[in-house]
Design a protein around this ligand. Structure first.
Ligand SMILES: [Zn+2]
Length: 309
């Protein structure tokens, strides 16, 4: 049994225009990292399309259909100042959700314990009724609903270590006490949410980090907040919103983490998965915009994720 990797060529066809940091080269760099010798035995699968019904468990059906209708035949259709649709965006977005859904089905069928979804666009800023911040559909949130509704899981956790707060995921599960959402992020920063006072119905754990935060403080904060809260929650399945833009080289943010820090947090979460949920853990790519740091971070992340057992 080995870690599953879900990817699809369509992730390269979502292109928001020249110079946009959330670009097809990101996924090309990740794909090259996944081709390394150390990952040659992983179970690599194609990400299927999610259905409108699956995506509509989080987003309103009107919003989902609107996004699909707005996909242009050529050129770009802007949905917010940072986020646009191009002709390839609809398929990429539906497969980015489909990857997480397929990962859950495979893991619940006992085919593996762990999965990494190497897709884009990212998802964690997408709120139930609007996309924003490079995100169209909330891939992880769609997956969480699939796990709860189709596989009847009662306690599901999401840990989001992207440098930006996962406002979309928080908004989707704000009053769902059976879904634990933890996020570490630069704060104050885009998208503006994520203060430690935002706690939902006691199910949300925000860990704001000041600009310039480095490895030591990051690890101390995670050890003092998210990890004990996650242990206390005792999830049956852990989802990761795996963004790598807290890396010191990232052009969009100002935290100072290194590859090893992403390996470290992954190993801690894999340990908790081993303790509470038969090692079941699913990671989905979010941000990470330095094309040198991103593949190295993914390598560090996956090197620990494959140890889930
Ligand atoms: Zn981000």
């Amino acid at each position: 049994m080995t870690t599953l990797i879900f990817s699809h060529k369509s992730a390269e066809n979502h292109d928001m225009g020249h110079g946009h940091p959330e670009c097809p080269n990101r996924i090309k760099a990740v794909t090259r990292a996944l081709e390394a010798d150390r990952f040659k035995n992983l179970d690599k699968r194609e990400a299927p399309l999610a259905t409108i019904e699956q995506i509509s468990r989080i987003h309103s059906q009107i919003y989902v259909e609107q996004i699909i209708d707005l996909v242009p035949q050529e050129g770009l259709h802007q949905i917010d100042p940072d986020t646009a649709l191009c002709p390839g965006s609809g398929e990429a977005a539906m497969r980015a959700c489909g990857a997480v859904v397929a990962a859950i089905d495979a893991i619940m069928a006992g085919e593996s314990n762990s999965a990494f979804c190497a897709m884009r666009p990212p998802g964690h800023h997408a709120e139930p009724s609007r996309g924003m911040g490079f995100c169209l559909f909330n891939n992880i949130a769609v997956g969480v609903q699939h796990a709860r509704i189709v596989h009847n899981l009662e306690r599901v956790a999401i840990v989001d270590f992207d440098v930006h707060h996962g406002n979309g995921t928080q908004s989707a599960f704000w009053s769902e006490e059976d879904v634990f959402f933890a996020s570490s992020h630069q704060y104050p920063f885009y998208p503006g949410t994520g203060s430690a006072k935002e706690t939902g119905v006691g199910n949300i754990c925000n860990v704001p980090l000041a600009e310039g935060t480095g490895s030591q403080h990051f690890r101390r904060k995670i050890e003092g907040t998210i990890l004990p809260a996650l242990e206390k929650f005792k999830p049956q399945l852990i989802f990761l919103s795996a963004g790598f833009d807290a890396h010191s080289r990232d052009p969009l943010a100002n935290l100072h983490l290194e590859e090893e820090d992403f390996g470290w947090i992954t190993s801690k979460l894999v340990d908790i998965a081993g303790e509470h949920c038969d090692a079941k853990i699913i990671s989905s790519l979010e941000g990470g915009y330095d094309l040198t740091a991103l593949p190295n971070c993914v390598t560090a992340h996956l090197t620990e994720l494959v140890k889930a057992m």
